[in-house]
Structures are given as structure tokens and as C-alpha cells.
Design a protein around this ligand. Structure first.
Ligand code: ATP
Length: 737
């Protein structure tokens, strides 16, 4: 095996200050590959070895033979007061970069204070313990401590449990670094598992909320779709409805205006007619009636006059014919004819349909006429003819006038009757007109009131429409703004009303659905959903990442285990080879071997007996040591004497160091139990080992001292403080005593 440390003294010096018996700052500088520390009992040699343990990060107080950190600090003596801190500093030559740090010299210092506080300094800079341990492990330093074999601990590797022994072997094989990596990876894996579980649990926790929010958002989206649909339908509906209402309003207004105008005119007409109707009989008709009555009276009078004159004329003519003759003798035929004619005419007036009063009056007149005719028959005859002639003439003249007057009065009566009849006809005409106009007014009023109803309906439609606009805007908001600027559909006025009704029903259905969806504060819900979704996605990604890194870590662990397994098997084989060599060298024959145990587990059986059951494969298998001494039949560690145990331990320690040489080994009186012959063999082995590792041994043994390239003597003065001085072999022998 190639030895990295060949020819290198990695350990340059150690400085102890206030550490245990080193009450004053003391240094050991190593210039040779093998250095020996000698001195009398109790001088402080082991404290030097413990100084190494301490500075390399030992945490076990027991390993440093103390109970508390405070005990590591110089406790004081009458000559030198106690100190408050203890420090140990080692200086490594790192010119070959055995320590993974870019300095050719590396100083590691550890300080402990009375309160138990520790400080670690790397090249003067404070660092953490684990930084120190990691740095040293990289150079195969530290670990189970087989590198520093304390006094009386030489056979520790034999007394150790198989498990501890295996750890020491692994350490010696340089598997510590892999183990650190494995432990680190396992820790990370554990952390990853914890984080994974935490993340999964977080994801599980938000899952119901996320689902709830997703459902809400789906509802919101549906409601939004419905709102879009509503806005679309509403726009179409409103444009059409507006157009229809406007058209109907214009139409109705035009028609209604016509009716209003016609009605106004007809009502005026009616007023006029009704005013006329209040007169019933016109003044002219009244006047004509009066004139008719007067004419009738005048006719009556003139007839009476004419009748009287006619009688008088008859009498006068009779007297003229026979002055002595009695009237009865002289009644002439014309006179009688005249009388008959009058009677006939008077009766004729009755025939023309007179009323009862007239008939009565005519009867009275007839009687009077008849009486006067009779009276005329008994009258006295005129005195003379002349007188009689004059009288006849005069009477004839009067009669003629009266007749003419009668004719005039009759003519007047006819004229009046005719005019009266015309007046009456006019009155009837007016009455008929009035009825016609009244019915027209009624018809117009009925039309007007139907127009008013239409107008009311239009007002109601307009109001409802405006409400629909307001509600629409409230529901769909800006999506409806500017609806009235849209293009009016071509069939807006031509389509059937039911099409609009259908749209209105659709709008109502949508409104109800949106209301049922009942999504308030939707923006907030969407924001929360987005946030929660992002968080869930983040967690999901985190889980994927964590699973991936867990897989990677598992792979790494498996890889590390494989490497360690391989290196362990190979290393164990080599150690066993070296062990065989050293053992037979020390014992002059015989054999020793490290064997991997089958892992077992203790199990309690039903009858309370303890049974050993093989563990599962992956369980950590310890290492047992089997020895076969030359010329002895019995085998096993138990049969070894104290010296034999020490020799076996030394063989084992040296084998381990051979296979994977550590940069340095510190052996504190490992040779204590050896006899002279074995001490010599031990010294030879020291020399052999010194080829590969730097060695610092503590011994009382001369043969061993002789193997040291340089020797330091440790003494303790009366002040109780350990001191160090470089000595030659002969001095060393003296000092050791
Ligand atoms: P031996 O040869 O018998 O093994 P040694 O040289 O190895 O002896 P150490 O065990 O190193 O001796 O030193 C022991 C001495 O150190 C004791 O005298 C002890 O009192 C002293 N000592 C230990 N701790 C302290 C301390 N904290 N303060 C002062 N002295 C201490």
C-alpha cells in the first residue's frame, strides 16, 4: 500500500498552556518521525497524550481521566495560582495538503474555560467542533481513538465489544469519512423525511380548503359565463325593446293626435248643435206661429164681414126690386146661392182638418150666419129705389173689397204655413245632426280612451324597460354600458312579440341562476384561490423535490454503504494478513484473526429462556478476535496472560496502522506489560511502523526509548508544574527513573 505519510512528520508541535499539570506554557516540537516521551511517574507524560486527545476534539471526560471540563485546567499550586482557561494547540505541516485546507501549516487550538465552555480555533479563527472533526477525518485523524493509545488502554481493542471493535477497525480503515458522510446523509434523509411529511401534511391540510375554493371559483366562472350570456341577451333584448317602444310611441302619438284633433273639432260641433238644441223652436218659427194665429183671426173677421155685407147686399137688392114687397117676397135667387156658397165654404174649412176649438168656433159662426140670413128675410125694405140702389152699390163695393181682403188673407196664411213647415223641417234637421255628432263624439272619445290606454301601457312598458336597464347594469355592470349604441337588429320591429317574451324569460332564468349562484366577494375568493393554488403547487413541487432528494440520499447512502462494505472487506483482509505477520513475529508462531460475527438478537421465549436469533442482514455485524497461540491447543482471548493480551493488542494496533497508516500514533506506555525480550520485539515493530506513521510513544522501557529518534523528558518540580526538556537516550533512561 502506498503510504501518504512516508517521510512526513505531519505533527510539528504541541503547545500546552494551563492544561492539567502544564501550568505554564510548554511546547514539544517534533522533528523526527519517532519521538519518545520519558519521565518519572506522575510527572505529566500522560497529560501530554491527553493534550492530543483534547485538541483533536475528544468529548469524553473519562477518556481524559476527568469528570468535568474544569478539571482539565491547571488547578494551581502554592507556587503557581490556578488558571481560568486551559488551551492546547497543535501545529500540522500541511505542505502535502493532507488536511483539506489551503494552508501549508495548519494550527488547531482548543480552549476550555472554567464554566465548561469550549472554543475551537482553526488557524486562529474560531470554528465549530464539527468543522475540526470533519477536517481531521479527511486526513484519517480522530475517531474511535485507536490512534492515541492511553496508558493501560493497550488491550482496549481486545476488551471492546465486537461492535466497538468493528468501529475501531472501520476507523483505522479510513471509513470514518464515509461514515460521517453516511451519518450526514442519513440525518439529511431524516430531515427530508420530516420535511416531506410536514409538506405532505401541509398539503393535506390545505386540500379541503383548496377544493372548497376551487368549487367556489368554478361557480364564479359559471356565474361569469352566465353574466356574459346575460349581458349578450340583455343587449339584444334592450335594443329590440327600446326600438319597439319608440316605434309604438311614435305610431300611437301620431294616431292619437289625429283623434284628439278630430275629437276637439267634433266636440265643438256638438257644442254648437247642443246650444242650438236648447232653443227647441227657433224665433222665426215662433214668429210664424203667432202670425198664423193672427192670420186665422183676420180671416175669421173678414169672412164674418163679408158674410154680413153679403146679407146686407141681398137685403138692399131685394128692397130695390120691390119697395113694398116684403123681404120674403123679394129674396132673390143669387142671394140664396150666395148664402149656400158661404155655408159650403165654411164647411170646407172644417174638412181641412181643424182642431176642436176651430170646429166649435166655425159652428158658432155658421149659426150666426144662418140667423142673419133669417133676420134678413124679415127686414124692412129700403125707402126709395135710389136709396136702395146706392145701398146696393155701396154694399156690393164693400163685399168686393172684403172678398179681395179674404183672398189676400188666405194667400198670406198659405205663405205662412209653408214657411212654418220649412222652419220645422230645419229644426228636425238640426236634431238629427246633433244625434250624429254625439255618436261621433262618443266614438272619438272611445278611440281616445283606447289611445290613452295604449299610451299608459307604453308608459308602463317604458318604466319597466328602464327598470330592466337599471337592474341589468346592476347585475352585469360595465358589460352593458353603451348598450344603446349597438346596432338595432334588422327584425327588431318585424318579429313576433313572443320572440321578445322568450328573451325576457331567458333573462329572468339567467338572473335567478346568477342569484342562486350567490357568489359575493368573488374577487377576494379568486385571489385566495390563486394564492392557495400557488401554495399547493409550491408544496407539490416541494414534495417532488424532497422525494427526489430523498431518493438521491438513499442512493448516496446505498453507494456509501457499498463502498464502506467493500473497503471494509478488503481492509479486514489486509489487517488479518498484517495481524498474522505481527502476531507470529511477537509470539514466534501462532495465529490471530478478526472475524465478522453473525449479528444476533436476544429474544425472550415463552418459557422465559433467552434465545439468540440471527438478525436481519442489514444489522451491524461486530468483529470478534480469534487467537491461536503457538504450542497451545486452547484458543480464545480468555486464555491469554496479561502480557499476551498486551502483545496481541499491539499486533492488532500495528496491523491496523499498517493497512491504512494514520499520520501519527501516540502510544502511552503500551509496552508496560512486556518483558525484556518482547520489549525488543516491540521496539522493532515501532521502527517498522515508524516507516509509515509518525510515532510518539511514552515509555519507561529502555529498549523502546532506543527506537525514538528524539526523546523528551517530562519532569515535575516542587511547584507541581510539568516541564519538558529534550534529552539524550542515556539521560532519558535516568529521567525515566
Ligand atoms: P505515570 O508514569 O505514573 O503514568 P505520568 O507521568 O503519566 O505518570 P500524569 O498522569 O500525566 O503522570 O500526571 C499526573 C499528574 O498531573 C498528577 O500529579 C496530577 O496531580 C497532575 N494533574 C492532573 N490534573 C491536574 C490539574 N488540573 N492541575 C494540576 N495538576 C494536575
Amino acid at each position: 500500500m502506498r503510504c501518504l505519510y512516508a517521510g512526513v512528520s505531519m505533527l510539528k508541535s504541541i503547545e500546552l498552556n494551563g492544561f492539567k499539570s502544564f501550568g505554564r506554557k510548554t511546547s514539544l516540537v517534533f522533528t523526527e518521525k519517532i519521538a519518545g516521551v520519558v519521565g518519572p511517574n506522575g510527572s505529566g507524560k500522560s497529560n501530554v497524550a491527553e493534550g492530543f486527545r483534547f485538541v483533536l476534539g475528544e468529548q469524553s471526560m473519562k477518556a481524559m481521566r476527568t469528570k468535568r471540563g474544569e478539571d482539565l485546567i491547571w488547578g494551581g499550586s502554592p507556587a503557581l495560582p490556578r488558571m481560568n482557561r486551559a488551551s492546547v494547540k497543535v501545529v500540522f505541516d500541511n505542505s502535502k495538503r493532507l488536511l483539506d485546507i489551503d494552508f501549508s501549516e495548519v494550527t488547531i487550538e482548543r480552549v476550555v474555560y472554567r464554566d465548561g465552555q469550549n472554543e475551537y480555533l482553526l488557524n486562529g479563527t474560531q470554528v465549530r467542533l464539527k468543522d475540526v472533526i470533519r477536517l481531521l477525518a479527511g486526513a484519517n485523524i480522530g475517531g474511535s481513538g485507536y490512534q492515541i493509545i492511553s496508558q493501560g488502554e493497550a488491550d482496549r481493542i481486545l476488551t471492546a465489544s465486537p461492535k466497538e471493535r468493528r468501529e475501531m477497525i472501520e476507523d483505522a480503515l479510513g471509513l470514518k469519512l464515509y461514515q460521517h458522510k453516511k451519518v450526514e446523509s442519513e440525518r439529511k434523509l431524516e430531515e427530508t423525511a420530516v420535511n416531506l411529511e410536514k409538506t405532505r401534511s401541509l398539503r393535506r391540510e390545505i386540500a379541503p380548503h383548496l377544493k372548497f375554493l376551487r368549487d367556489q371559483v368554478e361557480k364564479i366562472e359559471k356565474a361569469r359565463e352566465m353574466k356574459d350570456e346575460l349581458a349578450h341577451t340583455l343587449r339584444d333584448y334592450l335594443l329590440r325593446e327600446d326600438a319597439r317602444i319608440k316605434a309604438d310611441t311614435t305610431l300611437s302619438k301620431g294616431d292619437m293626435q289625429e283623434v284628439v284633433d278630430a275629437l276637439r273639432e267634433t266636440e265643438n260641433q256638438l257644442k254648437l248643435l247642443q246650444a242650438a238644441k236648447t232653443e227647441t223652436i227657433s224665433p222665426r218659427e215662433q214668429e210664424l206661429s203667432v202670425q198664423m194665429t193672427e192670420q186665422s183671426t183676420a180671416l175669421q173677421k173678414i169672412r164674418e164681414l163679408r158674410s154680413s155685407l153679403s146679407r146686407d147686399l141681398g137685403r138692399a137688392e131685394g128692397a130695390l126690386m120691390a119697395n113694398t114687397i116684403t123681404v120674403e117676397q123679394v129674396v132673390s135667387a143669387p142671394h140664396v146661392r150666395q148664402f149656400a156658397h158661404e155655408i159650403d165654404e165654411t164647411l170646407a174649412t172644417l174638412e181641412s182638418g181643424s182642431d176642436a176649438a176651430t170646429v166649435q168656433r166655425v159652428i158658432l159662426a155658421l149659426r150666426a150666419r144662418i140667423q142673419s140670413f133669417i133676420d134678413g128675410l124679415t127686414g124692412v125694405a129700403p125707402v126709395t129705389n135710389h136709396e136702395a140702389e146706392l145701398a146696393v152699390k155701396e154694399l156690393a163695393k164693400k163685399l168686393e173689397d172684403a172678398t179681395a181682403e179674404e183672398a189676400r188673407v188666405i194667400a198670406l196664411g198659405n205663405a205662412l204655413r209653408s214657411e212654418l213647415s220649412q222652419e220645422r223641417e230645419k229644426r228636425f234637421e238640426r236634431e238629427r245632426d246633433s244625434v250624429t255628432v254625439e255618436s261621433k263624439v262618443r266614438e272619438l272619445q272611445s278611440r281616445l280612451s283606447s289611445f290613452r290606454r295604449v299610451e299608459d301601457e307604453l308608459t308602463a312598458r317604458r318604466e319597466r324597460f328602464e327598470n330592466e336597464v337599471r337592474e341589468g347594469i346592476a347585475l352585469v355592470g360595465t358589460a352593458l354600458s353603451g348598450w344603446n349604441t349597438g346596432e338595432i337588429p334588422q327584425d327588431a320591429l318585424s318579429e313576433e312579440q313572443f320572440a321578445q317574451d322568450k328573451r325576457r324569460r331567458a333573462i329572468e332564468r339567467l338572473k335567478i341562476k346568477i342569484e342562486e349562484a350567490g357568489i359575493g366577494g368573488s374577487e377576494e375568493v379568486i385571489r385566495e384561490y390563486t394564492h392557495t393554488k400557488e401554495r399547493d403547487e409550491f408544496l407539490a413541487k416541494e414534495i417532488v423535490d424532497l422525494e427526489a432528494s430523498a431518493e438521491k440520499l438513499k442512493d448516496l447512502i446505498a453507494e456509501l454503504e457499498k463502498t464502506m462494505d467493500q473497503k471494509f472487506t478488503e481492509g479486514l483482509h489486509k489487517i488479518n494478513d498484517a495481524l498474522g505477520h505481527f502476531f507470529s513475529k511477537l509470539f514466534n508462531g501462532g495465529m490471530a484473526k478478526l472475524e465478522v460475527e453473525t449479528p444476533v438478537r436476544k429474544k425472550r421465549t415463552d418459557d422465559e429462556e433467552i434465545e439468540e436469533v440471527p438478525e436481519e442482514e442489514e444489522l451491524y455485524a461486530g468483529l470478534s478476535v480469534s487467537v491461536q497461540l503457538p504450542r497451545k491447543k486452547v484458543t480464545g482471548l480468555e486464555i491469554l496472560s496479561g502480557g499476551e493480551r498486551a502483545l496481541t493488542s499491539i499486533a492488532l494496533i500495528f496491523s491496523m496502522s499498517q493497512v491504512n497508516p494514520p499520520p501519527f500514533l501516540i502510544l502511552d506506555e503500551t509496552d508496560a506489560a512486556l518483558d525484556e525480550a518482547n520489549s525488543k520485539r516491540y521496539a522493532d515493530m515501532i521502527r517498522e511502523l515508524g516507516q509509515k506513521s509518525q510515532l510518539i510513544f511514552i515509555t519507561h522501557n529502555r529498549a523502546t526509548m532506543a527506537a525514538g529518534g528524539e526523546l523528551y523528558g517530562v519532569t515535575m518540580g516542587h511547584d507541581g508544574v510539568s516541564q519538558i526538556l529534550s534529552v539524550k537516550l542515556e539521560e532519558a533512561v535516568k529521567v525515566a527513573k
